[in-house]
Design a protein around this ligand. Structure first.
Ligand code: URP
Ligand code: ZN
Ligand code: ZN
Length: 472
């Protein structure tokens, strides 16, 4: 199928210019002014519209079992929601359960491959440490998995500093990238039972038992461990202003460390957890303060932070009441599981489809970041960092034709009815947006057209990623 997208304004991570894009056999073939093409070419007039590479979300959790339930978007519904928001590539985390790492990855393929509706890849969690796990890490390259996540929190998942050091060294030797969940597990594991014993069961205690200083210190500690291992590091879901300071400190000293934040940490605070429906905002790490929101925005604007992911891990607010999804009733146990105990509220929230529209209006629209930074943060940088560039995150000839035609004028009152997540709420309910995806192409196939879903289950392809090479 051949397509010519004419007269649009291309926005890349570094440039803005007028050009046409010619697509054939799922690839961008030519980019130029006044392109002439033959017969049998679908013409799409993008006059007055912006053209950007499809979003790359480096942080999702689809169909993830936890808290006696499962995250409510699977690898089809979550991919579809991503596409509606202009994201055409997602990287999901494979949990480290019993069995070999390869068996865990095979299990995740069994869940994802037939459902996938956009292109996807996997990161591997390393939450158990032994000689067998270490011996198997290098062979992940054969699976196209080139990034590992380690945790400093969660009782049954965290590794010791020495173990993290060993994983980082091994990752470095095989050109893999280590990702870090930075929270101070030992203190959290003390504060939670203490809060419960004192009768503190409401959602705000989720945040109060996971203090920001723990996130700040573990970010620096993770950086220091990576420096000693001479390994690159990517800090996920950065949420506290002090973490940005730590990253800046390290980058100013030339260390190969990078950071991601997520939309929820740019807008919300512990006050949201104090609302009667505060469970909607429960995720780990938690929401902080307005000053933290502000410092994270500065980090995006001044280049200290490299990516905006989502940590999309949705649950129903009330999983006893079905919603209609593609014409069928569905209800999945969710936040109500922790009605009387914050430690039983499933951790996570919907965001994969919100990321681009929200960041456009409140980032680019409010002058906090430029349109080029928007593309860098949401597409090009994650593609580079995770070994997908220039196949993804690019509008250059040879790249996959993952393209978003963006209507910068379109006004949308956002919320659960517009977002396509399979859940019963949206954190940005009623927010007024200016700028929204109009058409979304996955490898040249039109999958979203003015709010109409044209994609199909199974059309997303697994992306075998390149070893880590590009520091941004
Ligand atoms: O609450 C969240 N974000 N759940 C996902 C797990 C994680 O640490 O990313
Ligand atoms: Zn995490
Ligand atoms: Zn996560």
């Amino acid at each position: 199928m051949k397509t010519l997208i004419k007269n649009g304004t291309l926005i890349t991570a570094s440039e803005t210019f007028q050009a046409d894009i010619f697509i054939d056999s799922e690839k961008i073939i030519q980019v130029g002014v006044g392109l002439k093409v033959g017969e049998d070419v679908e013409i799409v007039d993008a006059s007055g519209k912006l053209i950007m590479p499809g979003g790359v979300d480096p942080h999702t959790h689809f169909d993830l079992p936890m808290f006696n339930t499962v995250s409510s978007d699977d690898h089809y519904t979550g991919h579809k929601a991503a596409a509606f928001g202009g994201t055409t590539t997602v990287i999901d985390f494979v949990p480290h359960e019993a069995g070999s790492l390869k068996e865990n990855i095979d299990n995740w393929h069994a869940k994802a491959d037939e459902k996938a509706a956009v292109d996807f890849s996997f990161h591997m969690n390393i939450t158990h440490y032994n000689d067998q796990v270490l011996a198997e890490i290098p062979s992940l390259l054969n699976e196209g998995v080139t990034s590992l996540k380690v945790f400093m929190a969660y009782k049954h998942m965290k590794l010791s500093d020495g173990q993290i050091f060993q994983v980082m060294r091994l990752a470095r030797d095989y050109q893999m990238l280590t990702m870090l969940h930075a929270e101070m597990g030992d203190v959290i594991d003390f504060l939670i039972p203490e809060a419960l014993a004192a009768g503190h069961t409401s959602p705000e205690w989720h945040a109060l038992t996971r203090p920001a200083w723990g996130a700040v210190e573990t970010t620096l500690r993770g950086i220091a461990i990576a420096a000693q291992a001479e390994a690159p590091l990517y800090v996920v879901h950065m949420n506290a202003g002090g973490e940005v300071d730590m990253l800046a400190y390290a980058r100013q000293r030339g260390l190969p460390v990078m950071g991601e934040t997520c939309p929820q940490y740019l807008f919300f605070t512990i006050d949201n957890l104090r609302r009667p429906d505060g469970a909607k905002w429960i995720c780990s790490p938690p929401m902080r303060t307005a000053a933290d929101n502000q410092r994270l925005w500065e980090g995006l604007s001044d280049g200290t932070l490299q990516t905006v992911g989502t940590d999309h891990c949705p649950f129903f607010y009330d999983g006893t009441r079905p919603i209609l999804y593609e014409g069928k009733e569905i209800a999945i146990p969710g936040k109500e599981l922790g009605k009387s105990d914050f430690t039983k509220i499933p951790n996570g929230l919907p965001a994969v489809g919100d990321r681009l529209p929200i960041l456009w209006t409140y980032g680019v629209g409010k002058g906090r970041i430029t349109a080029n930074q928007f593309v860098a943060l949401t597409s090009t940088n994650p593609a580079k960092i995770f070994g997908l560039y220039p196949q993804k995150g690019s509008l250059m000839p040879g790249a996959d034709a993952d393209i978003v035609i963006w209507d910068a004028e379109r006004r949308v009152t956002y919320g659960v009815r517009v977002a396509q997540h399979r859940t019963d709420y949206n954190l940005f309910e009623g927010w007024e947006l200016v700028g929204f995806p109009e058409k979304v192409f996955l490898r040249g196939h039109l999958i979203v057209d003015r709010g109409k879903w044209l994609g199909k289950t199974g059309m997303g392809r697994f992306l075998r990623r390149q070893p880590f090479s590009e520091l941004v």
